[in-house]
Design a protein around this ligand. Structure first.
Ligand code: SF4
Length: 326
């Protein structure tokens, strides 16, 4: 998601770097490079994440398209790599295979522009590289994920393909997933699992249509819909659903048991929705509590003029008439 316009960046550079006004992206890019090069050269410490850590060689790998990662790992006096414990792969070939998978699924490239490998500090005779290198292995709830039976979620390569294809993520955007590093379908699984209090983010596994496109596009075939369903079950067992939600679902079940009852109630709800305030386009701008949390930040799409059942019946009737006519 792009948050800044060229004008915003230009204003920032004028304020922070004393750069003359411009809307030329290449000029701004060159100014950023010049400034950052100086910062990298004078930095005492560079810190990076890690895409893969190769067990057989003790190598930290990071992949980028910009080259900034390589500068952070090689120019400062001390280099610190911070990595989740799930990033370890056995051999060099495994890292190379996953490199291709993450790039093709993430950006559609064959491979990223840079693949930086750090296997330790500078050795005697080396012209450059850090004098010290440290690796910080982070568990931070990952062992708990394995214990709870969700180890598959830790196979994630962070390629972002499931986000790009998810119809829910495309509508609600990354900010809806809170301050977690993971968003989209994989975020809906991992965020509650990493949280000390999963019930605090209980909505995430339920914010999915379970269409399954996330599983289809995932290069490591994580069965995200299955994990989401398992999480829903676990959260319900923990009593995460509020009473009004349980009551609403019971009421819906009662209504859906009989088609005539369901049709009547649907008609009544549709009619009542006409009494609610609307935008010029007909979308609902204010829903009654407890549904008003949605309309505090967004409009609610206007209800369809004809229900799915009406459309289905009409299509079936016209279709059968058409086949007889033919
Ligand atoms: S779950 Fe799969 S598709 Fe989604 S980011 Fe991870 S590796 Fe990519």
């Amino acid at each position: 998601m792009v948050h800044k316009r060229a004008e915003d960046i230009s204003e920032l550079f004028q304020r922070e770097l004393g750069m003359p006004p411009t809307d030329d992206p290449e000029e701004m890019c060159a100014a950023a490079r010049k400034q950052l090069r100086g910062e990298f050269l004078s930095a005492e410490m560079g810190i990076s994440g890690c895409n893969f850590a190769i067990a057989e060689t003790g190598t930290i790998c990071i992949i980028t398209n910009e080259g900034n990662g390589r500068m952070a790992t090689s120019m400062p006096r001390t280099y610190v790599a911070v990595m989740g414990i799930e990033k370890v792969v056995p051999r060099v070939e495994d890292a190379l295979l996953l490199w291709q998978a993450v790039t093709r699924s993430g950006t559609g490239q064959e491979v990223t522009v840079y693949f930086s490998m750090s296997s330790g500090p500078r050795r005697p005779g080396h012209p450059d590289g850090p004098e010290e290198m440290h690796v910080v292995l982070v568990d931070s709830g990952r062992s708990r994920i394995i214990e709870r039976g969700y180890a598959d979620a830790l196979m994630c390569l962070r390629c972002g393909a499931c986000l790009n294809f998810c119809p829910v993520y495309r509508e609600i955007g990354g900010h809806s997933y809170g301050d977690t590093a993971y968003s989209g379908p994989i975020g809906a699984v991992v965020t509650p699992l990493l949280s000390d209090d999963p019930t605090a983010v209980k909505e995430l596994p339920f914010a999915s249509s379970l269409c399954g496109i996330c599983r289809d596009v995932c290069p490591v075939k994580i069965d995200l819909p299955r994990l989401l369903l398992d999480l829903r079950h676990d959260l319900t067992q923990l009593g995460a659903s509020p009473r009004y939600e349980r009551t609403a679902i019971r009421a819906y079940t009662k209504a859906a048991e009989k088609p005539t009852r369901y049709t009547r109630i649907a008609k009544l709800v549709n009619w009542l929705s006409r009494l609610l305030p609307r935008s010029a386009e007909g979308d609902l701008t204010r829903l009654p509590p407890p549904l008003n949390a949605w309309t505090k930040a967004r409009v609610f799409p206007r209800p369809a003029s004809r229900s799915f059942r009406t459309l289905w019946n009409t299509t079936a009737r016209d279709g059968s008439k058409g086949s007889h006519d033919g």
